[in-house]
Write a new protein. Sequence first.
Length: 508
Amino acid sequence: MSNYSMKLRRSIWPFIACCTVMLFVACLSQRMTRIFLIGDSTMADKPLADNPEHGWGQMFPMFFSQYVHIMNYAVNGRSTKNFLNKGDWKKVYGQLQPDDYVFIQFGHNDAKKEDALRYAAPRPDFKDNLKRIIRETREKSAIPILLTPITRRDFDTNGHYVGTHGEYPGVMKEIAKEENVPLIDMFEKTSQLVMKLGDAQSKELYLAGVKDNEFHLWNKKRDNTHFTQTGAIQMASFVVDGIKELHLPLEKELVPVQTKNIIDEGKVVGLDYFFNNEWRPNKDSILERWHYIWEDTTNSGFSILGRNIDFLGAHLDTLQSIPTDSSLRRLSIYIIVDPDTPLETKNPNYMSEAAINAIIPWVEKGGVLVLMGNDKGNSEFEHFNKLAERFGIHFNEDCYHKVLGSNYETGKNDHLPAHPIFTGVKQIFMKEICSLKIEKPAEPILTENELVLMASARVGNGLVFAVGDPWLYNEYMDTRRLPIDYENRKAGRNLFQWLLSNAAIPMQ
């Protein structure tokens, strides 16, 4: 080897080593903190549409930065016994990586002696089951956190609070000491709150406090175990308090939350399932609705958007038939997304004059209408524009921001205007979007060169917002594909905070 080659090699290796270290540090700085939640129905995710019931785990993400990924594996009816026996723990264990967190809360169903499949005596069964979960969590170099069960709302005939979890909270405390596991005493925190609020006032935290006709299709039993949205937020905030008291490293990822911003206003966000009415067979060959709906948790769904709207305190609903004066009266915001073409649905429901004649006066009275189109070939334009044009908006049958593979730069927009949607947002991602042609009363919100990509129109007491793409579906609302520095989730939250602030409370 020549002296020149040796000198070159000696000079280049430090450069390579430096670059490697910088790349490693960059990767570490963007690594998501992962929290797995395991437990029962008080923690579990619940359907969002027209449903007052919320598990505290589904409200937990609202307290964290975008760098925390919370995976809720809590299941209705689970005890430590059947969580292990039914394979739920196996699903979590198989995913665990070093420095992941596992928040563990059981006790409600372990105490059910009448059910042999769930009952786990406090000693030794409950204790042994928890110790196994702790041991196996640590095998993966993950971090277990114990949470005692949340109290039921239980008062005697004299109005005095009665604790109903027997030995289970105490056994959890024993395990925490024996195994040196951090513990958040949810039983104590929630017991103190329920006692302080008393029999009547504490109802608003539990399903016992749901009012008649507050949710138009919900007719399940009111109870003193499961939570309303208000209750779930309160329970999640107690977990956050526990994180701070324990000084867990997670503390640095907490964000301030205004839990009472609009939560008492009773505003309702309805998503159209009539003009967008796509169905497909599931794994059991049973037809299921999909594509831009609240329930769809795959890339094509709006489940993440729905959860973010839920975090803002609004209720979610659907409109599964042609909009009418009476059906629109229960909504504050009505979202119409990507109306079907014959290629998507054999017999599409097209926008009609009857629907238009119901929507326009609803907007004029204070409703907020959200119109989301799509690119050429993937949306119905002719009939949809008959509605949009009544507000000075026309969806052009074109396509911009074509993205090939992972070349996300071609979908980037980082020249964002000073608008509430983009407060604190540096860049967003919009893929294959149609442009808009606007005239009064419509005004542009987001433009790119000569193109209008987002617009709004003030109509009477109401507001219309239009964008040429579904834009906020799951695939581009988290890190399923996008690099973490794209901020669609933040922009989506800002958008609906702005829309809700402009929306009227439903008229019925």
